[in-house]
Design a protein. Structure first.
Lengths: 431, 265
């Protein structure tokens, strides 16, 4: 399964224009399709998450910088934004609400200008450790300065304030969603544009081989530093939008937990492709908002998924998609579909067994007072009965066994397909 | 007097003055002095562990020398950072292939070009619109005969192609002084001879220093040969004179000189 793309993917004709148009259309239309207030909340959060995950990937995917402290920049952006919002409300600061996210961005940028030079001094492990340290520092400060960070209660504000052009108050969630959507589209566009600039390309070079970069005239620290500051700017914008969205900012937003979530979901989405973090951001909000409602063991499932992806698809969902796009481009996808179906069915079977055990365990530990009966996938399970456990174990084992069989057959087929594609490429090159 | 001196200095492309480097108590480079005129091709030979690669690392800024001077076009560069030295017109390749594995051939070369064309750290221009950088990268790609591999990721090239790309990145910035550290290491004989003519082609008009093991290559390529043994230059002269030098034969060359002569005539 693990394979890299041989060539750099190339945009085809006007393909890029259509992709961006589709993205814009999607952002515009989705809230009209999903009209419940829950959907609008979720969609707003997705936009915010997309910006921050893309900004995180400027570090991780494009610069090879494993940061454990990206929430410092999105979080401080959020705090500055909520303070600015309150200043606007008090009439101290004339700024339209729609521009407050930029204040957040500026806060992220200035913070990174100050902290970034030390942070980007070294790459790799040293960089990771310093970001961890800076993250802890800011987190500790958030408890030490309640005037600014609001202590346990956080800082709250009211986004319905200031002038109301065209009657837009940002009171209704849908109005705020469209503000977020505009920011999401523009920020995504700008961050994509960044990857096409000299600094963006040298950032890739620094990721690949920092030593060589020094011998083609570039100071690697400066490349990292400038990129770090730009990433922090976008993170700050995302924080500013979050402040408007929730109308409250608590110190949790600068926590290591939040930074970890950015890392985890950017990785899941796929750090090696520009659009990967967008998938990751969507997954993040689905997990945080929906999966957490669905089951108490959601963090455990998330951990399992993360493990699974690290082992089998280290390029994340984006790389899975792109590998199959390549297969499809060579007209070899159809024979694989049966294998995918087999993997899906057998995988789900194994997962059902595992999930049944996890749910029973959680039920016994947390909801014992409710008795030993629980509902699982439309079935009534008795968590206290040995028979249920035996059945769950059996389903798991059987599932794993058939999954492994399917995986082996798929793996052979996949290898053949890749080989024939390589041959085809060689043949075309020879022409 | 001093004016006259600086004038003679400026005529040299590269000058080493009593260069020394110690790692701990061990002195690896023990007082090397060398004067290279513009356009000369210098081969540096010597047994394993003689300090040839260390010498390159001192000149190119990878390490700072313990004492002594390195003058590039008369300007002292010892102790400067590699990127500063590169910007002043000295570029090097590596013995172990040192390219950008996940970037395409074209991108690899363009990365080598950007600084020299003055684009620095800009993020307000699109790469696609940098006509001069793109043209230069295309031209380099043709020079190293990888123009059919435009979009192939460097990691997927053959070994010989990667070595060619290594040279391509090295010359990309238009440096006047080029240091090649065993450019033909690990290549077969036929690959080597093709590669040497490639190196000759792409370094026309440049000052070239190369570390080389293959004696046939050395005598075919170099105007002058510097023999490094135990961190010292024991001979620095035209190939014929080095070949005849008694000390060189004793210290190092021995039978390989006879081999090279046998092939050469």
């Amino acid at each position: 399964m693990i394979t890299t793309l041989h060539r750099q993917p190339k945009p085809v004709g006007h393909g890029r224009f259509w992709v961006w148009s589709l993205f814009a259309a999607l952002l515009a239309v989705v809230p009209l399709v999903f009209t419940s207030s829950l959907s609008h909340t979720i969609l707003s959060q997705m936009g915010i998450a997309i910006i921050v995950c893309l900004s995180y990937n400027m570090l991780l995917g494009q610069g090879g910088m494993l940061s454990f402290g990206h929430a410092v920049y999105s979080g401080l952006g959020a705090f500055i934004a909520i303070h600015v919002l309150n200043a606007v409300t008090e009439g101290k600061f004339p700024l339209p609400v729609s521009l407050i996210p930029l204040a957040g961005g500026l806060a992220g940028l200035v913070t990174a200008l100050l902290l970034g030079w030390v942070t980007t001094k070294k790459s790799a492990t040293t960089f990771a450790m310093i970001t961890l340290g800076v993250g802890e520092l800011v987190w500790a400060m958030s408890l030490m300065f309640p005037e600014f960070f609001g202590g346990e209660g956080g800082i709250s504000g009211n986004r319905v304030t200031g002038p109301k052009p065209l009657g837009i108050t940002f009171g209704p969630q849908i109005q705020l969603y469209y503000l977020i959507a505009v920011y999401t589209f523009v920020c995504t566009g700008l961050m994509f544009a960044f990857t096409r600039t000299p600094l963006g390309r040298m950032l890739n070079a620094v990721r690949d081989n920092p030593e060589r970069v020094e011998f083609v005239g570039y100071d690697t620290q400066k490349v990292r530093y400038l990129s770090f500051v730009i990433a922090a700017f976008f993170a700050g914008i995302s924080g500013g939008l979050a402040a408007l969205n929730f109308e409250i900012v608590t110190s949790e937003v600068v926590s290591g937990y939040r930074s970890g979530a950015y890392l985890l979901f950017t990785f899941l989405g796929g750090a090696t492709f520009f659009f990967g973090p967008i998938i990751g951001a969507v997954l993040m909000i689905l997990a945080f908002v929906l999966l957490s409602e669905f089951t108490k063991a959601w963090l455990l499932y998330l951990g399992l998924l993360f493990l699974f992806m690290v082992m089998f698809a280290p390029g994340g969902f984006a790389s899975l998609i792109m590998m199959n796009v390549r297969v499809a481009a060579f007209g070899k996808l159809k024979p694989l579909l049966g294998h995918y179906a087999a993997l899906l069915v057998t995988g789900l079977l194994a997962f059902a067994g595992v999930a049944a055990m996890i749910e029973m365990l959680y039920h016994l530990q947390l909801d014992a007072a409710l008795g030993s009966q629980l509902r699982f996938m439309g079935m009534q399970l008795n968590a206290a009965a040995p028979a249920t456990w035996i059945a769950a174990v059996a389903v798991t084992l059987a599932g794993l066994m058939v999954f492994e069989l399917a995986r082996r057959r798929f793996s052979v087929k996949w290898g053949d397909t890749q080989e024939s594609i390589e041959k085809e490429i060689k043949r075309r090159e020879a022409l | 007097m001093s004016a006259l001196k600086s004038q003679t200095d400026q005529q040299l492309a590269l000058e080493l003055k009593d260069l020394r480097k110690s790692f701990g108590k061990t002195e690896i480079i023990r007082g090397i002095s060398l004067a290279v005129e513009p356009g000369q091709r210098i081969a540096i030979i010597g047994p394993n562990g003689a300090g040839k690669s260390t010498l390159f690392n001192l000149i190119s800024g990878r390490f700072a020398p313990t004492s002594g001077q390195v003058l590039l076009d008369g300007h002292a560069i010892q102790g400067k950072k590699p990127y500063e030295i590169n910007r002043m017109g000295l570029s090097r390749s590596f013995q172990i292939t040192n390219i950008f594995p996940k970037l395409s051939v074209f991108e690899n070369l363009r990365c080598g070009v950007l600084w020299s064309l003055g684009y620095k750290y800009t993020f307000l221009k699109f790469l696609a619109n940098l006509d001069d950088a793109n043209a230069r990268a295309e031209e380099l790609m043709a020079m190293i005969k990888l123009d059919k591999k435009h979009d192939v990721l460097a990691i997927n090239l053959t070994y010989a192609e990667q070595r060619a790309l290594e040279i391509g990145i090295t010359i990309a910035g238009g440096a006047r002084v080029i240091l090649l550290d065993e450019p033909t290491a690990g290549m077969s004989r036929s690959e080597t001879s093709r590669f040497i003519s490639l190196i000759k082609e792409v370094t026309v008009g440049k000052t070239l220093l190369t570390v080389e093991h293959d004696m046939g290559v050395v005598f075919g390529l170099a105007d002058k040969i510097a023999v490094v043994v135990y961190g010292e230059v024991i001979a620095f002269d035209v190939p014929e004179a080095v070949r005849a030098d008694q000390r060189v034969q004793e210290a190092y060359l021995g039978s390989s000189v006879a081999d090279a002569q046998g092939q050469g005539h």
